[in-house]
Design a protein around this ligand. Structure first.
Ligand code: NAD
Length: 336
């Protein structure tokens, strides 16, 4: 379908706006709008690009993740791109994910009912990737733009939950583990109080505090910040495992801290029950989560389905409804 000039103009405007928000969110750790507002604009652009294929462009924010590193740190390429996740904004979209899987796997209802999914709370922090050779930590990167990340090894070394030497006797010769660095609520409150007592502005929310703390040039500052690394994926090194959940158990044995609330469930109904239960627990947790990540557990199926532009086909992030999102951006002082 031909794209009318006014639609082209709207799409360009949306792209510029999203790039601007990305820069403030990922590079400056200083979001200008709430995630719900960002997601609404993102969806608007996606819908236009779907309706008018002439608008599709590999440099569009809908095709990319994060933002390029800004040069305070050494950039390093990811051995395997570090992508994002597709999201489902309501239970209907989780059902659509389920139906897509069914079509792509060519499974009937009975086969779908036996499929295992590993469901995990979606931590709201900063994605990092850690590399180990012969059981020793060698370097760690931020996600950056998914192709290149920032080498923040000096800071990651200060986190007690990042093993510097893998625990146990046997581990893969090369291991790449990805996960989220976050700041628990109590540590965040204490840090902000301390900063304010010292005359500084506090951080807007735990995610910004985690991002700002991890991207310090001086690791002595990072060392004093209450950061936690929670592992959620093995990217290299456990190829002979059958399931994601077995990999998580192995990570735990090697000294990592995978999401304690993860659960393997079968059947769409049970996935939705899990999402609802985690949503109900959200306010009691000592860390921020913004949804649930639903992953096909069997690695063979993951491999078969693979990836599209910016996300795996075998997982989806169910995001909690927008009305539950605290308007975290307004009326708060930012630390840039
Ligand atoms: P995302 O946050 O929606 O999902 C992908 C990320 O989830 C992964 O990179 C990983 O870091 C994280 N994650 C947490 N727990 C996980 C688990 N158990 N398993 C796998 N991954 C897990 O995607 P994104 O690309 O990081 O960010 C896009 C989102 O960020 C947007 O949807 C928006 O909500 C927000 N954003 C907001 C602004 C803003 O200005 N407010 C700007 C840009 C992006």
């Amino acid at each position: 379908m031909n794209c009318p000039p006014d639609i082209q103009q709207d799409a360009n405007q949306l792209k510029k706006q999203l790039e601007h928000y990305n820069y403030h969110y990922y590079v400056l750790d200083h979001p200008l709008v709430t995630d719900a507002e960002y997601d609404a604009l993102f969806r608007e652009l996606q819908a236009l690009e779907k309706k008018y294929p002439a608008l599709q462009d590999i440099n569009s924010p809908t095709q990319r993740v994060g933002a390029p590193p800004i040069g305070h740190f050494v950039s390093r390429p990811h051995k395997i791109p570090m992508l994002s996740l597709g999201n489902a904004l309501d239970t209907q979209e989780v059902s659509e994910f389920w139906q897509r899987l069914q079509r792509q796997l060519k499974f009937d209802e009975a086969q779908m009912a036996t499929l295992a999914f590993c469901c995990e709370p979606k931590l709201d922090g900063l994605a990092v990737s850690l590399h180990y050779q012969q059981g020793q930590f060698i370097y760690g990167l931020t996600r950056g733009d998914g192709i290149q990340g920032e080498d923040i090894s000096h800071n990651l070394r200060t986190l007690a939950s990042v093993p510097l030497r893998l625990y146990g006797e046997t581990w893969p010769p090369y291991l790449e583990v990805r996960g989220e660095v976050y700041m628990p609520h109590q540590g965040f409150a204490e840090l902000n109080q301390k900063m304010q007592q010292q005359g500084h502005k506090g951080f807007a929310n735990p995610r910004n505090a985690a991002a700002g703390s991890l991207r310090q040039l001086d690791s002595q500052i990072t060392r004093q910040r209450p950061l936690v690394f929670s592992a959620y994926q093995v990217v290299q090194g456990c190829e002979n495992y059958l399931t994601h959940s077995e990999q998580m158990k192995a990570l735990q044995a090697w000294g990592f801290k995978p999401q304690a609330l993860r659960q393997v469930v079968r059947g769409l109904e049970n996935i939705l029950v899990y999402c609802q239960q985690i949503g109900a627990q959200r306010a009691q947790l000592d860390y921020d989560i913004d949804g649930v990540v639903i992953k096909l557990d069997e690695l063979m199926h993951q491999k078969h389905l693979g990836y599209r532009a910016r996300e795996p086909r075998w997982a989806v992030a169910y995001k909690f409804p927008a009305q539950e999102v605290v308007t975290q951006v307004e009326a708060v002082d930012f630390q840039v």
